[in-house]
Design a protein around this ligand. Structure first.
Ligand code: AMP
Length: 283
């Protein structure tokens, strides 16, 4: 596995592969990798010939009161994990490489409404930051395929839509959420939790599964369900940010006739913000 840092080196490696007719895939990460991330690389291998993964902790993702300074940085271990699952190239740019002129004047990718609800409500900077850095990464790597985890479902829908809106010649492929044995969605931020908090944290997934069961059994009063399940998270010891029902494809609030439903939740457990979701396909 090759490790490169700057864009010209990256481009040269990818150019050589494309010259051989190889299909190139790309997995964007912020490092602190776990098996959720490596599952994307494993899936990438099944849809392409050459897998590029980035490790870049994007400062634009974080507002001032968020955890940029304390976010886990485990570069050597990340590279070992990526090599083990057959990643071909790791691209780990510096902040200066990605933002040579600083952040202020940086061209940004503005989103239509998709970045505003759910996580965008409490983190209004987030999806513009994601769309901007993913655009830069797409232009640097120029992959044929990009893989995103369903764990961050809003991000997946935002990136899919951005690819369509801005005519990126890239196929977006989604990969299912990888979980701990107790159901907790794997996340780099789980490292902030104690063992007993990890047990409590799994209750978000349990609540999502219960909500899914209710919808499958015919419940359609989504506003009411949303309030009820938020209360339930509060009773379980969380400070809920949202517990919502959406149209899986458009992210609009779910309506009675919708067949493809996304149930998504975000909640704080002590200081750690956790997100998770499940999907429901009604017939
Ligand atoms: P991050 O490093 O958190 O920005 O995540 C990089 C990619 O890994 C994104 O596409 C995430 O959706 C995906 N990812 C993170 N956690 C998981 C998980 N538990 N299961 C599947 N994909 C994940």
């Amino acid at each position: 596995m090759k490790i490169v840092h700057n864009v010209p080196e990256l481009r040269e490696q990818v150019r050589q592969q494309k010259a051989k007719g190889k299909r190139v895939s790309f997995v964007s990460t912020m490092g602190a990798l776990h098996t959720g991330h490596t599952s994307l690389v494993t899936k990438a291998r099944t849809v392409s010939d050459y897998v590029v993964a980035s490790i870049f902790l994007n400062p634009l993702h974080f507002s001032e009161n968020e955890d940029y300074d304390t976010y886990p940085r485990t570069f050597e271990k990340d590279c070992a994990m990526l090599a083990e699952v057959g990643c071909d190239l790791v691209w780990a740019p510096s902040v200066e490489e990605m933002y040579p002129f600083g952040f202020e004047g940086q061209a940004r990718v503005k989103l239509a409404a998709l970045g505003a609800p759910y996580c965008g409500k409490s983190r209004p900077h987030l999806f513009e930051a994601i769309a901007t850095v993913v655009t830069k990464e797409f232009n640097a790597v120029q992959p044929d395929v990009a893989l995103f985890g369903e764990k961050d479902f809003q991000q997946l829908v935002v990136c899919r839509r951005m690819v369509e809106d801005l005519l990126f010649p890239i196929e977006v492929v989604a990969a299912p959420t990888v979980r701990e044995e107790n159901g907790l969605a794997k996340s780099s931020r789980n490292q902030y939790l104690t063992a007993s908090e990890k047990e409590t944290a799994a209750k978000i997934y349990q609540a999502l599964l219960e909500a899914k069961g209710e919808v499958e059994r015919g419940a359609r009063d989504y506003d009411h369900l949303s309030v009820r399940f938020e209360k339930r998270l509060r009773a379980d010891g969380f400070v809920p940010d949202y517990f919502e029902f959406a149209n899986m494809d458009t992210l609009a609030p779910a309506r009675t006739g919708d067949k493809r439903i996304l149930i998504l939740a975000a909640a704080y457990l002590n200081k750690v913000r956790l997100i998770d979701n499940v999907t429901v396909e009604l017939t």
